[in-house]
Write a protein that binds this ligand. Structure first.
Ligand SMILES: [Zn+2]
Length: 203
């Protein structure tokens, strides 16, 4: 497969900027030479799959997504972040669900997802907003609850994927993995390379 270099370079640059990293910082986090990051962003490199995978893992995004346009990323301001977390109850353990206690989109709690109004008036699902605070999230991507708790906003319990594929099968597999303790895709807050984005405190 021929990788569209300009798209890849633009994606790496955008995602690196989202995290606020220099080329060297991204390279260090991904375990690749800084020259590789530089060359990719300039469209002057044809990286190996292992290098792409390492870069994708560093910026917390699906590796397949690096090769096609990301589109607009969900963004939010400090006020929206504060309003979100003011209505979230977190369990005592690190891996507990973080339950949303604010507005719902359905009168039946079993069918409901939490939602919140953004400053511009747009409504957004709270689990999407929580994920978008913890990691880059393209607007057209879906979010799955690996813990099956629709009101949970713990980003470690959420998984972002581009549209496509067998959604029912994909959800079943991920939820099975989650129950079996495989959380290999979770966002590693304890990772020494992890930097809390944009001033958000993990409470
Ligand atoms: Zn959960």
């Amino acid at each position: 497969m021929k990788i569209p270099k300009t798209t890849l370079g633009r994606n790496i640059w955008r995602l690196r900027s989202w995290w606020g990293w220099s080329e060297e910082e991204l390279a260090s986090c991904a375990g690749v030479p800084p020259s590789l990051v530089r060359d990719i962003e300039r469209g002057a490199s044809d990286p190996r799959l292992s290098e792409l995978t390492a870069l994708a893992k560093a910026v917390k995004i699906n590796v397949i997504a690096l090769m096609s346009p990301l589109g607009e990323l969900i963004s939010c301001n400090e006020s929206e972040k504060e309003r979100l977390f003011s209505k979230v109850v977190k369990g005592d353990a690190l891996d507990d669900c973080w339950e949303w206690r604010g507005a719902l989109n359905h009168t039946s709690r079993s069918k409901a997802y939490g939602q919140i109004g953004m400053t511009g008036g747009e409504l957004i699902y709270v689990h999407r907003l929580s994920y978008a605070i913890a990691a880059p999230l393209p607007k057209r991507w879906t979010i799955d609850h690996k813990c099956r708790n629709k009101l949970c906003v713990n980003p470690d319990h959420l998984e972002a994927t581009p549209f496509g594929g067998n959604i029912a099968e994909r959800n079943r597999r991920r939820q099975d993995d989650f129950r079996n303790g495989d959380q290999s895709n979770k966002i590693q807050r304890e990772d020494k390379n992890f930097e809390v984005p944009r001033g958000i405190a993990w409470l």
